[in-house]
Design a protein around this ligand. Structure first.
Ligand SMILES: [Cu+2]
Length: 383
């Protein structure tokens, strides 16, 4: 049984190697030590053993062209979308969003392309952020090639549930619909397409984070959103690339800057298809966990690993005590080695600007990262 599983794993690795070296390797990237045998035979599992060397345990070399993709995973970490804000006569805040679904090929690992279906051209789609009680209006346009919907996790009427056959149901290509509901309960939620076949519509990339802040806010912290996802690049019902925020090993190539002894909060969401469970493990520290983010008190304290079933999510809070580079990853080692591994670059105050520069981000990124919940509150009351 174990041997069979190992053979299966190796076959999937070889498949990656074939894809890189043989088909799309023209972009000049390749896995570590691609072999002629691997490129031509591919599916044979006898000739390779798991490789441990190179690139900080990172099994891919080369870089993804983020400009071409139209989104950068470093920016997705802090990509809060507060919508267009207005105030109703009764004092309630209205937040209006535009979401357009369209097909787009994206690069999910160096040299590996995936024919995605996207919300607003990126995977995951925009992170919808608001405060509990806000009235949310989402103008949805389907500019894709298949019928899609927007299904939010949260309280709303049946008509706004975004499932086939109820309310507007599936929105056909070229059609549009406006979803409207009050944001509740506060928490770390998600939205996704609910057209059928559901599994395919989800894994093609139609999902995003939906963060509802409690009215009183949460304590100041450095905040990131991480959507655990995976890609079946050959459509065999099994994933070849795993990641958070789409691009495999991106945060290993560009460690995420943070400061020592600074409270860090991660909004973690699992949208992985085909594998029932995903997980996150932090090195060298422990975290408090808020299941679904729907409570102000942790539901688990002092843990260093959390698992999430499909569509499960929660909030992690932790600090790193000493400067250094610290790994985080799925603790399913297979996922780790196929892309779901990253690093935090923890620095002193003095060294922090250099860490920002090394990660290719700026002061504005730092502002979004540290002011996420403050901005949402300020925009609501200022408008
Ligand atoms: Cu869909």
């Amino acid at each position: 049984m174990v041997k069979q599983r190992l053979r299966h794993l190796l076959a999937r690795r070889d498949l990656l190697r074939v894809g890189l070296g043989g088909v799309v390797g023209l972009t000049g990237t390749a896995l570590v030590r691609p072999t002629a045998q691997g490129q031509t035979e591919g599916f044979s599992s006898e000739h390779e053993t798991i490789e441990h060397q190179a690139h900080g345990g990172n099994l891919m070399v080369g870089e993804v062209n983020h400009a071409n993709n139209g989104f950068d995973p470093m920016q997705l970490l802090v990509d809060w979308d507060y919508g267009r804000v207005s105030i109703l006569p009764d004092g309630r805040t209205v937040r209006e969003y535009e979401i357009v679904a369209y097909d787009r090929e994206i690069e999910i690992a160096p040299g590996i392309f995936f024919p995605a279906w996207t919300y607003n051209g990126k995977v995951p789609g925009p992170t919808i952020r608001c405060t509990e009680g806000d009235l949310i209006r989402i103008h949805f346009v389907n500019a894709g090639s298949h019928p899609h919907t927007l299904h939010f996790h949260g309280f709303h009427t049946a008509e706004m549930d975004g499932i086939p056959g109820v309310g507007a149901g599936e929105i056909a290509p070229g059609q549009e619909f406006t979803y409207e509901f009050e944001a509740a309960p506060f928490g770390c939620h998600l939205y996704h397409c609910h057209a059928i076949p559901l599994k395919r519509h989800l894994h093609k990339g139609l999902y995003g984070a939906f963060i509802v802040d409690p009215k009183a806010g949460r304590p100041p912290a450095r905040e990131f959103v991480m959507v655990m996802n995976a890609f079946d690049t050959n459509f065999d019902g099994d994933n070849e690339i795993y990641s958070v925020n789409t691009v495999g090993f991106e945060y290993a190539r560009r460690p995420i800057p943070m400061k020592a002894n600074e409270l860090t909060r991660i909004y973690l969401i699992n949208v992985t298809e085909f594998d029932p469970i995903n997980s996150l493990h932090l090195h060298a520290t422990f975290f408090d966990y808020y299941d679904h983010g729907t409570t102000l008190e942790p539901t688990q304290r002092v843990v260093d690993t959390i698992m999430q079933c499909q569509a499960q999510r929660g909030i992690l809070e932790f600090t790193h005590r000493s400067p250094g580079t610290y790994m985080f990853h799925a603790h399913q080692a297979e996922f780790t080695e196929l892309g779901w591994m990253g690093m935090f670059h923890v620095t002193t105050e003095l060294d922090f600007p250099a860490a920002l520069a090394a990660a290719g981000v700026d002061a504005e990124w730092d502002r979004k990262s540290t002011q996420g919940s403050t901005i949402v509150a300020a925009e609501g009351s200022a408008a």
